[in-house]
Design a protein around this ligand. Structure first.
Ligand code: SIN
Length: 321
């Protein structure tokens, strides 16, 4: 079917293992991420025209990085391009190719900032493009199926046939192809032979979040400094005290269990809070959330993991007074 000028899917490349190459096809770990351009990745997929079902495909290389090196500058660039394409006539959905390592943070960032009325689908791979059996091509085809699905909205991640929401998605395995989980919320659905089987609703704006203008975030020359500390056996307040001395503006603590903290770490965090640092408590447990109690001295992360709570706190601190 000839591509229709009216219906478009935009694919923004940022790098990752999906664009990685290794010296030998049998090597799934000794590769270099972010080597192949996004247009070249798509050109190499034989089934592409069938899955596009008449949609035109536009590609843009926004960045070419290993996502462990994700930076504020790349997030600003990416958010600007996603926001641009969301407003263009005929664009049905946007796909972002991304490394798996920080995909969950980018997903949360884009959802919290843009709450897009169209699907913004992050996809990735655990095997490089040169692997004997790369997973990237199927993940891209599944992402296209989601991006052109009528009624789809919000930021989602597609990996290994599973559709996760931006608020819940978490990388849970360092090697297996099915590396992501939505914890006890469960996935939004599955992509099976190009069809979606939805289990629950599309992502919405995070609860309690005050919307922030995209220009404020994209044009900011400095983002607030927010760091993550962790509670563990034998934790102390030393790291918190050092960060406060350096002028940190926000701290997220990955607390044990239901938000519990070693008393030395808690004392240091409360002192930081009294000194004007915003402090938020997440649980380091991969499932569930901190169940807050009246009178808790430190705010909880509203179910967000520590890395996502950090993004939420940076955005909150960027709100104009
Ligand atoms: C990355 O996050 O860019 C490298 C690892 C991966 O994509 O699996």
């Amino acid at each position: 079917m000839a591509p229709s000028a009216e219906k478009k899917i935009v694919v923004l490349g940022t790098g990752g293992t999906i664009a990685g190459t290794a010296a030998s096809a049998g090597d799934n770990i000794g590769y270099t991420a972010a080597q192949v351009g996004v247009a070249q990745l798509l050109d190499a997929i034989p089934a592409l025209p069938t899955v596009l079902a008449g949609h035109a495909l536009l590609t843009e290389q926004v960045a070419q990085i290993d996502s462990k090196d994700m930076s504020v500058a790349v997030w600003q660039q990416l958010a600007g391009r996603v926001a641009h394409w969301l407003t263009q006539p005929g664009v049905q959905g946007i796909i972002v190719t991304h490394g798996t390592d920080t995909l969950e943070e980018t997903a949360y960032f884009l959802q919290a900032l843009l709450d897009p009325p169209k699907p913004v689908v992050l996809t990735c791979a655990m095997r490089p493009a040169t692997a004997v059996a790369p997973d990237g091509p199927q993940n891209l085809l599944d992402a296209i199926a989601v991006a052109r699905c009528p009624g789809a909205r919000g930021v989602v991640a597609v990996c290994a046939g599973t559709l996760h929401g931006a608020l819940e998605v978490q990388k849970v395995h360092p090697y297996q192809v099915n590396a992501f989980s939505s914890g006890d919320a469960g996935p939004i659905g599955y992509v099976e032979e190009g069809r979606l089987r939805l289990l629950r609703d599309w992502p919405k704006a995070p609860t309690g979040q005050i919307p922030i203008a995209i220009e404020t975030v994209v044009n900011a020359t400095h983002w607030p400094r927010v760091e993550i500390v962790m509670n563990y056996a034998g934790a102390s307040g030393a790291v918190v005290q050092a960060l406060v001395a350096q002028g940190v503006q926000g701290l997220v603590v990955a607390a044990t269990g239901n938000g519990t903290l070693h008393h030395d770490l808690q004392d240091a965090l409360l002192a930081a809070q009294r000194a004007g640092v915003r402090v938020v408590r997440a649980s380091r447990c991969p499932n569930g959330r901190v169940l807050a109690q009246p009178g808790d001295p430190i705010a909880d992360s509203q179910g967000l993991s520590a890395v996502k709570a950090r993004v939420a706190l940076m955005l909150a601190l960027m709100q104009p007074p």
